[in-house]
Write a protein that binds this ligand. Structure first.
Ligand code: UDP
Length: 243
């Protein structure tokens, strides 16, 4: 990947591709050739976590693509003088991949969230994409020492797309440590997306997202997350002082 396509933000190399470029020039061809692909959709909190946790940093940096999911990352790239054109959210990327899977008879695996949330999320995918193949699913509440056996069970179903919704840092650590057990597949950590699919959580309204206020919407809905928002502010502060 050339330097022009990357911007380093606090030692995390972000891809500067638009969603369209990422899908059409990279992900679809890699899916078609059966190349294993690991995508991290990183927001400021993930960058800060990587700064504080060397193992997690390694898990993130071992990804094939680190995508700017978070208005703060896009703003930081502009401050650093190497601007990212657009924010590419894990949420939108997952739905693009699901549409592609439906059209091309690909199979998907859904790992994460509570059992009933996982079931409802998979049912929602089934009804929204009737042609899609579900390779399998598993809830996300198991001990770390079961990681390899859960991964082996998933790998045996030979999925083309593996969505891991266990929140960070768990999901990236899981993917980085276990993707070698799969012969192919696009791996992506998708955080709370199964909760949204299951109707447990609402995504911020489009207008808020456009105004870069998705973080504020989440703070209002889940005030216990205030510490994470502080991390996002610390991220902006650190970018500014580095500049
Ligand atoms: N989760 C899980 N296993 C765990 C902890 C969390 O499967 O050990 C799930 C949780 O039920 C939720 C998602 O992971 O569906 C975390 O969502 P969150 O919005 O916290 O994601 P983040 O923004 O932290 O990536």
């Amino acid at each position: 990947m050339s330097n022009q396509e990357i911007v380093e933000i606090m030692d995390i190399p972000f891809n500067k591709l638009t969603q369209k470029e990422l899908l059409q020039q990279h992900l679809y061809p890699r899916i078609n050739s059966g190349e294993r692909t690991y995508i991290v959709t990183a927001n400021p909190e993930i960058v800060m976590q990587a700064r504080e946790d060397a193992t997690y940093k390694q898990s993130v940096k071992s990804a094939d693509y680190i995508i700017p999911d978070g208005a703060g990352v896009v703003i930081a790239s502009k401050i650093l003088g190497n601007p990212i054109e657009e924010r590419v959210t894990g949420f939108d990327l997952m739905f693009k991949l699901l549409s592609y899977a439906e059209k091309h008879n690909l199979s998907c695996y859904f790992l994460g969230a509570k059992q009933e949330v996982n079931d409802r999320a998979v049912n929602r995918v089934r009804s929204q994409y009737p042609g899609i193949r579900i390779a399998g699913s598993h809830h996300g509440y198991f001990n770390k020492d079961k990681d390899a056996s859960v991964a082996e069970e998933a790998a045996a179903s030979k999925p083309d797309l593996i969505f891991v919704a266990m929140g960070f840092p768990r999901q990236e650590n899981f993917i980085a440590a276990n993707q070698h057990l799969f012969e192919k597949g696009v791996f992506m950590g998708v955080g709370g997306v199964f909760d949204i699919l299951a109707g447990e959580m609402k995504r911020a309204p489009r207008a808020w997202i456009k105004l870069n206020l998705e973080w504020l919407y989440r703070l209002i809905k889940q005030p216990f997350r205030w510490k994470r928002i502080l991390k996002a502010f610390e991220f902006m502060f650190r970018v500014l002082i580095r500049k």
